[in-house]
Design a protein around this ligand. Structure first.
Ligand code: NAD
Length: 390
């Protein structure tokens, strides 16, 4: 049987409790299997929150809450009719298929009435899991194409958005995109498509890495050949038309555009001074620590925040949820990321502030405006303003 052990917000669970959220934290436990799960709806003022359902043995409430907040800001900045939410199923993602289906179906039934949350794929879950959830409760994104899903990683929605952001940064006078040298850390779904779309715009990819190794050529690598090599199972370090380099030195490549598209916290205070790029496009989520972002900013490196430039995936998911196809989704990505990137650069310059702060102001203004139309939330906003006035 499903057992909801708590529904509400306990401040001690999340260090991020503030006037925005989390709105709801749900802890679930399947009494028969012992599997537990966490759902955090951070803020649903703009609409139900789209967010990944992560399956990992060590996922925590704190982690889910942080990711849910990032989704609130990402969806709001993108002007989507969605809030922010995220879920974690505390289980080994490498369990057998029948076991996984049973766990996912249990999870889906347990969140059937949690309408503020729309599950999507994440670490440890995929489009099949989303199809099982959809079958149970009729609510999920990242579905197989046969069920109306848009295969965003195949089409490269997030990589496309990164290339659009680079175009907008170039238009703001940061550098010339044609001929700009690009280094990509993490040649996966985001990284390969970012390379492809940037190369289509005349940029020159000079270094790429993945978990196994890295390859570089200061005169340019063939992106199509690299992608074919990787798809065939090749090690990037053995790609013949380039020179193998130390995987972790890709961050220090002599280039105009650096795209960290692998993991969180890869650019820190320890290596922020090694970055030679003019523009850092945050393809991964939180790849640059706040301290490193400040260092880059003071060095004159434009570091565009993750939830502005890597929003292609959630924009695509939102289009799928609205029943739209890939063409419309890509039009939305282009317009939204172009506008947001230009706005963030302009406000950052005018206000002499970090691009992340400018982005946060943009997103929070939208969240607060949406909250002002909700009775439960407008009371909280008014209370906060009254408190601030005394
Ligand atoms: P992926 O698994 O397809 O690719 C990740 C790549 O990073 C792999 O090639 C892996 O080998 C490489 N990698 C891992 N550790 C590395 C290291 N230390 N050095 C160099 N390379 C390393 O994942 P993805 O979908 O491309 O996502 C990448 C990141 O972007 C993740 O943080 C993800 O949460 C984030 N993100 C993805 C999307 C999306 O649409 N897929 C959208 C927004 C954010």
């Amino acid at each position: 049987m499903n057992a909801v052990t708590h529904r509400g917000v306990l401040a001690e669970w999340c260090s991020t409790v503030d006037a925005i959220g989390p709105e709801t934290v749900v802890l679930l436990r399947d009494g028969s299997t012992g599997v537990s799960a966490i759902v955090v709806v951070d803020n649903s003022a703009c609409g139900p929150g789209i967010g990944g359902t992560r399956m990992a043995a060590d996922v925590t409430v704190e982690e889910v809450a942080r990711l849910a907040r990032a989704m609130t800001l990402k969806s709001a900045a993108a002007g989507l009719p969605h809030g922010g939410a995220k879920a974690g199923i505390v289980a080994d993602p490498l369990m057998s298929d029948p076991e996984k289906e049973a766990v996912i179906r249990w999870f889906a039934r347990a969140i059937a009435d949690l309408h503020g949350y729309i599950p999507g794929p994440d670490m440890g879950t995929d489009e099949r899991c989303m199809a099982w959830i959809h079958d149970e409760i009729g609510r999920s994104v990242g579905l197989p194409a046969v069920l109306g899903g848009i295969p965003l990683d195949q089409l490269g929605a997030t990589g496309f958005g990164l290339a659009i952001a680079a175009e907008a940064a170039a238009a703001a006078g940061t550098f010339e995109l044609r001929g700009a040298r690009v280094a990509i850390q993490g040649f996966g779904a985001v990284g390969t498509h970012a390379a492809r779309f940037l190369a289509e715009r005349g940029a020159c990819v000079v270094a790429v890495s993945d978990i196994r190794g890295a390859v570089a050529d200061p005169t340019g690598l063939s992106v199509d050949e690299l992608i074919a090599w990787k798809r065939a199972g090749g090690n990037l370090a053995e790609f013949a038309a380039g020179t193998p380099v130390d995987r972790d030195t890709v961050i220090a490549t002599d280039c105009e555009i650096l795209v960290p598209a692998a993991r969180p916290d890869v650019i820190t205070e320890a290596n922020a001074y090694d970055v030679k790029a003019t523009l850092v496009l945050e393809g991964a989520n939180i790849p640059v620590t706040p301290e490193a972002e400040a260092t880059l900013h003071h060095r004159g490196v434009l570091c565009l925040p993750d939830w502005i430039v890597n929003a292609g995936g959630v924009i695509c998911a939102s289009a799928e949820y609205a029943g739209q196809g890939p063409t419309r989704a890509f039009e939305n990505i282009a317009q939204t990321i172009r506008d947001n990137t230009s706005t963030v650069i302009r406000r950052s310059r005018e206000g002499s502030m970090l691009p992340r702060l400018a982005a946060e102001q943009l997103a929070m203004a939208r969240v607060r405006e949406a909250m002002s139309f909700r009775r439960s939330w407008s009371d909280r906003i008014t209370g906060e303003e009254d408190a601030g006035a005394t």
